[in-house]
Design a protein around this ligand. Structure first.
Ligand SMILES: C[S@@+](CC[C@H](N)C(=O)[O-])C[C@H]1O[C@@H](n2cnc3c(N)ncnc32)[C@H](O)[C@@H]1O
Length: 485
């Protein structure tokens, strides 16, 4: 009996080993993770997960990233995930950010950012310094970016919600711009089996949108800076054709760069498709077919901004610059009395002032305090949402947020409770738990306490000392990920 025709048969002419490709796309895809090095050393993460029965294999081409070959229970429910020790991201989807080469202190624009995987990958690689502007058109998709940023404790990310194709140039210039464009998503079919059955609505509009996004990325990038255009689809019309059109329309502004990642197998971009001929430099693009590295499918092209500016560059003040305040009236402002915050943290948790060195405290309404890197340079126009939520001042007793507790927890000297595995399970599923006498230090007082497990602070609870009980303040949105043990 003949097997049904492959839904991806139309690409067979540009694939080198068709049987291997067809076999690979029928196999389910493994899960992949990368270690968040500001929170944990990758070897320690592997040891923690291996002790709980997980089996991880390192990716040759991405130090600190792993293929999960055995998962006794979903990784998203493991406490190390809640502690922000790692992020779950498809391996091929990690490639565009590696090609962008984010480094500490850079100013990067992620023009199509939601749900935020590449945003947090870049922000982590930049060691929590500099700026990642994460933009997406769809408001309802912004929450997932914030959730990843909060869990990983990133203080170098700001978000905006705009059409990336007309992103204001007042945002200033960026050292690197990522366009991880909306696409037909064929490369995700190993995860999402019905994707190939879905019609792509408004195909002509999609192709135009992809080109507008890449053109705007070129305009937002500083001369000498890098632009990566990527999609998770195979179709040359959404890939090489889009880059070709921009190379031809802006020949004095942008050129292709050869690209590769040592250890990653990739095929060259195509220079013709059906009747079309593309710029010969498109051979420098990378096609990651699923059978090459046993991943999903991806396309990535690296471009360099050449030539002069479209407009004189608008300065983008850093949060610590004196000019920041006046410029940014519509967005977040520096918190006017930072001493109030340092005293609060010091009085309740013994956190020294120096824990906030080189950080900026921000607010919008004086009810919430956010923390951001002092060299962070978000856009002025449009006003962004900036930094990591640190403190909620709207309650009678100001409360450290879960993200704030995890971020500053290692500096705490008092009112910290070290919990055991059972107590941790109850805490992460928002249930109260009882304490053993040995867990109560003399110095512990009724009120907010930090919850620590195996050296990592995971959040905040409320201690009732006489009842030897702690109420969990773990947020619902994080608790939903935890498997109840
Ligand atoms: C492939 S997804 C991005 C995935 C993301 N980079 C990640 O790694 O998590 C494409 C995103 O582009 C957004 N998008 C579509 N049109 C856009 C536009 N004109 N401007 C900005 N974002 C747009 C979609 O809402 C979608 O979230």
């Amino acid at each position: 009996m003949n097997s049904p025709p492959s839904p991806l048969q139309r690409y067979h002419s540009i694939i080198e080993d068709v049987p291997a490709f067809e076999e690979a796309i029928r196999r389910p895809l493994a899960r992949f993770i990368w270690a968040h090095k500001q929170r944990i050393d990758p070897a320690k993460l592997t040891a923690l997960l291996t002790a709980d029965g997980y089996r991880l294999v390192s990716l040759d081409w991405h130090p600190g990233a792993f293929r999960v070959v055995f998962e006794p229970s979903p990784l998203g429910g493991h406490w190390t995930f809640q502690a922000g020790f790692f992020h779950i991201q498809e391996a091929a989807s990690m490639v565009p950010v590696l090609l962008l080469s984010p480094r500490p202190g850079m100013r990067i624009m992620d023009l199509c950012a939601a749900p935020g995987n590449k945003t947090v990958q870049a922000a982590s690689a930049m060691e929590n310094s500099g700026t990642v502007m994460a933009n997406d058109l769809r408001h309802q998709r912004m929450a997932s970016i914030r959730m990843h940023v909060d869990r990983l404790g990133l203080i170098n990310v700001s978000t905006t919600c705009r059409d990336g194709g007309s992103y204001p140039r007042k945002a200033g210039l960026f050292d690197a711009v990522l366009v991880d464009a909306p696409c037909s998503c064929e490369g995700t079919s190993r995860k999402n089996t019905d994707i190939l059955q879905r019609p792509v609505p408004g195909r002509g509009r999609l192709l135009m949108r992809q080109k507008r996004l890449l053109e705007r990325a070129v305009r937002l990038c500083r001369p000498g800076g890098r632009i990566v255009y990527s999609t998770c689809t195979y179709d040359p019309e959404e890939n090489e054709a889009v880059v070709d059109a921009v190379l031809r329309d802006m020949p004095d502004k942008v050129e292709m760069l050869p690209s590769s990642l040592p250890g990653l197998r990739a095929a060259a971009g195509v220079t013709s498709w059906h009747q079309e001929r593309y710029h010969p430099d498109l051979r420098h693009a990378l096609r990651i077919w699923p059978h090459l590295n046993d991943t999903g499918g991806f396309f990535a092209a690296v471009l360099q901004r050449t030539g002069g500016l479209f407009l004189p560059p608008e300065p983008s003040p850093a949060l610590s610059d004196p000019g920041y305040e006046d410029e940014n009236r519509k967005g977040y402002r520096l918190f006017p009395e930072p001493e109030q915050i340092t005293s609060l943290l010091s009085n309740r948790f013994g956190i020294a002032r120096s824990a906030l060195d080189n950080l900026c405290l921000l607010t919008r309404n004086r009810r919430q305090v956010f923390v951001a890197a002092s060299d962070h340079r978000p856009t002025v126009e449009p006003p962004p949402a900036t930094g990591l939520p640190l403190l909620d001042l709207s309650m009678k007793t100001p409360k450290l947020t879960t993200a704030g507790a995890a971020f500053l927890g290692r500096f705490a000297r008092c009112n910290v409770i070290d919990v055991d595995t059972n107590q941790l399970g109850r805490y992460l599923t928002r249930r109260s738990f009882s304490l053993h006498r040995s867990q109560l230090a003399e110095t512990n007082e009724d009120g907010h306490v930090l919850i620590r497990y195996d050296g990592a602070v995971l959040g905040v609870g409320r201690l009732f000392k006489s009842q030897m009980k702690v109420d969990s303040f773990y947020p619902k949105r994080f608790a939903a990920l935890v498997t109840d043990g």
